[in-house]
Design a protein around this ligand. Structure first.
Ligand code: UT7
Length: 309
């Protein structure tokens, strides 16, 4: 969907969306395509790139807040689609931070047993929980999936340091109030759009800039590095102004920050792996480079991971 498409839906403009968010287009999955389909496609591409087969995968971790079902988990659905017969599969509901939390959980599994291979995925069908009558949120979100295979590296690369944090007191700044056991779906709630994502954008914005900066500085400090050592920052793609503010605080030139928000909008847990994959396939990451991944999302929850490629 382009910004012009939204001009027909709500009271907005291409100029407002680009200047306030940096977004020009987002991808919307067809009605018969679900998170597990997108995740499976991303996983197949990741396994192909890593040169491994479904039987080689020991752990599948899926970050998502828009699973196909409540039960079984999205990870078990993807496991079945891919034939990961030797794996344990489980979900993480950490919104936009799901992929980074997945990396953080997979890391000690591989450190403990270097023969293990972990597949970490972020996938979202955010169009299914977007209120297309609310101009404050509908222009932001898109559907996507991204995946990575993690394995022990004998050349000195790896996940160097990680940080995770959340603040449940701020949960109602970005939430889906209706649809759980506490407030089930009713015709009235659905009619009023209360079953969709609700966000207090400007408040989330301020916390996002502050906490993504703190998380980034923490993983750099733990690794004994500074912003100067980073070859590429891959931030969660929620808003170009958040990314700009983060780069400024970290004193990292924009040329070392990967941005693809204009094509996809905010894809929550898929955002970081999608950007990581694009950056990698475009040859922007070389062996030995330090890459900083950082994300922030509904929970509120945030985290960072410093990777030596
Ligand atoms: O991924 C998880 C984390 N999520 C985020 O990090 C998102 C963080 N928040 C944001 O990115 C921004 O807050 C938004 C893009 C959501 C909104 O930008 P903003 O600069 O914070 O705008 P605002 O909410 O303060 O609204 C400013 C004005 C309001 O009008 P009035 O009250 O000043 O007349 C809004 O009604 O902009 C209006 N507005 C719009 N106008 C045209 C809000 N959405 C739109 C729109 N088109 N789509």
């Amino acid at each position: 969907m382009t910004n012009a498409d939204f001009e027909k839906l709500v009271d907005t403009s291409d100029e407002w969306i680009i200047s306030r968010t940096g977004i020009k287009e987002r991808r919307i999955a067809d009605a018969d395509m679900f998170g597990s389909d997108m995740a499976s496609n991303a996983c197949r591409n990741a396994m192909e790139m890593a040169g491994c087969s479904p039987e080689d995968i020991d752990v599948l971790i899926v970050g998502t807040v828009t699973p196909d079902y409540r039960l079984p988990s999205e990870a078990c659905v993807v496991q079945e689609k891919l034939g990961l017969v030797n794996a344990v599969a489980f979900d993480i509901a950490a919104a936009c931070t799901g992929f980074i939390n997945g990396l953080t959980i997979a890391r000690p599994m591989i450190e403990t047993d270097p023969t293990k291979k972990c597949l970490v995925v972020g996938c979202e069908k955010l169009s299914s929980i977007t209120n297309y009558k609310d101009r404050g949120t509908c222009v932001l979100f898109g559907d996507a999936a991204g995946a990575a295979v993690l394995a022990a590296d004998t050349n000195g690369g790896g996940i160097i340091s990680t940080f995770m944090k959340s603040d449940g007191r701020l949960g109602e700044l970005l939430w889906q109030e209706i649809g759980g056991t506490k407030n089930p779906y009713t015709p009235e709630n659905v009619y009023n759009g209360r079953d969709k994502l609700i966000m207090s954008g400007s408040e989330v914005f301020k916390v996002a800039v502050r906490e993504m900066s703190i998380a980034s500085e923490k993983v750099l400090k733990d690794a004994g590095l500074t912003g100067d050592d980073i070859s590429l920052v891959i931030p969660h793609q929620a808003n170009i102004r958040i990314i700009d503010a983060l780069a400024k605080r970290l004193k990292v030139d924009k040329s070392r920050v990967f941005i693809n928000i204009e094509k996809y909008g905010n894809t929550s847990s898929a955002s970081v792996p999608l950007a990581l994959d694009e950056a990698n396939r475009q040859g922007k990451i070389k062996p030995g480079d330090y890459v900083l991944l950082v994300a922030f999302g509904g929970g509120l929850i945030w985290g960072a991971a410093l990777v030596k490629w």
